[in-house]
Design a protein around this ligand. Structure first.
Ligand SMILES: Nc1ncnc2c1ncn2[C@@H]1O[C@H](COP(=O)(O)OP(=O)(O)O)[C@@H](O)[C@H]1O
Ligand SMILES: [Mg+2]
Length: 249
């Protein structure tokens, strides 16, 4: 049994002539926050889409707990316990916060309609939705329509939807995008809390947040892994500084 909960082997994905992800072998340790950074177009979102099953690789394999999930559908992957958030917020504006989180909870359950029909199961799903809202700090917003939340709260709600599916691995694509300092602080604290019991793969541009949160860092450039290491190792790496970090300062 591998010590890594999730790993890729020589993973590639082309779009026409564009090599979005090229020969990427990465391993994600259980209980860690593994951040992936790199310039726009580096292939970060494509990698997340491959891990969540939304697109299939051109080459290579993906293993979750040593099960080959390369050919698995997004639904099967969610059912195994891998949840994700999106670079563009994916919530339903004219549903309440609780209703959005109920959808998140249903993502985990195959045969979802049967699950909904049972009255006790419906009670369970409401409890799960409420708990997820509490976890992300939206307990007092349960009946508010998602469209009426602030941007920061909408990002929190999206994380709540993910948590409602009780994933062991959480894939987050730029959860701090578009946030001011106060909202960012709240989100960083929330991610620390989530990381106590889950594995997090975090794509993020906010370097202060990345260096505060990450146990392991991977730098991607042009679809390839440039470097993986501890945050200190990555910060000290001259090639990384030239390729990416330098331009951030
Ligand atoms: N669905 C797609 N069709 C065509 N090209 C794509 C598609 N998705 C991503 N790409 C291309 O793949 C490369 C990597 O994109 P992406 O994974 O979104 O990078 P990042 O998230 O690091 O900014 C880019 O050149 C992008 O234009
Ligand atoms: Mg992206």
């Amino acid at each position: 049994m591998s010590t890594h909960l999730l790993r890729t082997e020589n993973l590639s994905r082309d779009f026409g002539g564009v090599h979005a992800v090229q020969n990427v072998s990465m391993a994600f340790g259980k209980g860690r926050i593994h951040a992936i950074i790199g310039p726009n177009g580096a292939g970060k979102t494509t990698l997340i889409n491959l891990l969540s099953g939304e697109i299939i690789p051109s080459q290579g394999r993906i293993f979750f707990s040593d099960i080959d999930v390369t050919e698995s559908t997004p639904h099967q992957i969610a059912h195994l316990g891998i949840g994700r958030s999106y670079q563009q917020i994916h919530i339903i504006g004219d549903m309440t916060c609780t209703e959005n989180c109920r959808l998140g909870a249903l993502a985990r359950h195959s045969g979802g309609m049967r699950f909904v029909r049972s009255a006790s199961a419906y009670g369970d799903i409401n409890t799960v939705a409420r708990q997820a809202l509490e976890q992300v700090g939206l307990g007092d917003r349960a009946h508010v329509l998602a469209t009426n939340l602030s941007h920061g709260e909408q990002r929190q709600l999206e994380i709540g939807m993910v948590l409602a599916s009780d994933p062991s691995v959480v894939l987050l694509d730029e959860p701090l995008a578009g946030m001011g300092a106060g909202d960012s602080r709240r989100m960083v604290d929330l991610l620390k809390k989530i990381a106590r019991s889950r594995t997090i793969i975090l794509v993020e541009h906010d370097m202060d947040a990345v260096f505060e949160l990450a146990d392991v860092l991977t730098v991607m450039v042009d679809g390839q892994v440039l470097k993986t290491g501890s945050p200190d190792d990555v910060r000290a790496d001259l090639t990384v500084q030239q390729a990416y970090l330098g331009e951030m300062k």
